[in-house]
Design a protein around this ligand. Structure first.
Ligand code: ADP
Ligand code: MG
Length: 309
């Protein structure tokens, strides 16, 4: 199979929201008037982000999901994606499953795959660029948290990190390999939230980015953080997974206290737990996590993609 046959067979689908999709030198898209384009890119490398034998369908899902999660975190609605793919060989079963996983998620949110690049390389590498739209002036910046804001988190934390140590827990493994991007939540937080970020590298580390860019501090009550039920059986792993475990792709956001009722109503409407876990404070960009007795807890601050060489 040639490179062009591969693209045609597995990645060329009619684009509903684009003037021109796969097959030309560029895609052509027309954003609606009054909207800003949100653009993001995320890469998955074999051996680093996924194992050689990883399920291809789940990988197709995850490669797009992590990008949709970034768009959600800034309050943008996903519209278009580009896929840069480096593969050691043309493995048709892998390509079939990978593209099925990718297009299934794309279809749920009306995202068009409008282009990309395909090449051979020793290490399987998947890089997706996603483009979304957000009305002018309402995107959720990391720098927008203010003292007095409540601190909220969606869903439950820690499951994906637990799966790294206990892959036999099926529900935890699903959190790790097939994360659910909080697309609707991100869009609905426009005008409600101040700052937001998605949790890819752990609550403490990612919340730290909001604090650093907003130049504020935060206090979180550990007991208020929703965590996956599987920790009942692994109590010793809980704290590190919940505070510092990555790959959950939940949203952390800040909002003024007068929006509590609106956020609780949104939680019921979306059927998605939204928990108020703490507050933003004036001062040093530092996160304090309090235990049930109100004493500060030690935690691992974050994840560095260059750690370990
Ligand atoms: P060019 O040489 O102009 O960069 P390519 O030959 O790399 O174009 O790609 C041909 C067409 O297929 C382009 O429209 C490109 O965007 C698209 N394409 C290439 N690889 C992929 C892919 N993995 N997924 C989706 N579209 C792709
Ligand atoms: Mg090219």
């Amino acid at each position: 199979m040639t490179e062009f046959e591969l693209i045609k067979r597995y990645f060329d689908r009619p684009a509903k929201n684009a003037l021109l999709g796969v097959g030309d030198d560029c895609a052509l898209v027309r954003p609606d008037a009054g909207l800003e384009l949100a653009v993001t890119s995320d890469m998955l490398v074999e051996g680093r982000h996924f194992a050689a034998g990883a399920d291809a369908r789940a990988l197709g899902h995850k490669a797009l999901a992590v990008n949709l999660s970034d768009l959600a975190a800034i309050g943008a609605a996903p519209r278009w994606a580009l896929l840069a793919l480096a593969l050691p060989a043309v493995d048709e079963a892998w390509l079939e499953a990978f593209s099925a996983g990718l297009f299934a998620l794309a279809a749920r949110y009306g995202v068009d795959l409008v282009g990309g690049d395909t090449t051979r390389s020793a290490v399987r590498t998947i890089s997706i660029t996603a483009i979304g739209e957000v009305p002018a002036g309402v995107a959720l910046y990391r720098a927008a948290a203010r003292p007095g804001d409540d601190l909220w988190v969606s869903g439950e934390l820690g499951g994906a990190a637990l799966a790294l140590q206990h892959p036999e827990i099926t529900a935890a493994a699903k959190r790790l390999h097939e994360p659910e991007p909080r697309v609707e939540l991100g869009e609905r937080l426009r005008g409600l939230a101040h700052a937001a970020i998605d949790i890819s590298d752990g609550l403490a580390g990612d919340l730290g980015h909001i604090l650093g860019r907003s130049r504020v501090g935060a206090v979180v009550e550990y007991a208020r953080i929703p965590r996956n039920a599987f920790f009942d059986k692994f109590p010793r792993l809980e704290k590190d997974c919940v505070l510092s475990g990555g790959d959950d792709y939940e949203l952390v956001f800040t909002a003024p206290q007068e929006r509590r009722g609106a956020i609780e109503a949104l939680s019921r409407e979306l059927d998605l737990p939204l928990a108020r876990i703490g507050a933003i404070q004036a001062g040093e960009p530092k996160l304090v996590v309090l235990d049930a007795q109100g004493k500060p807890m030690a935690y691992r601050p974050g994840f560095d993609h260059f750690a370990g060489g």
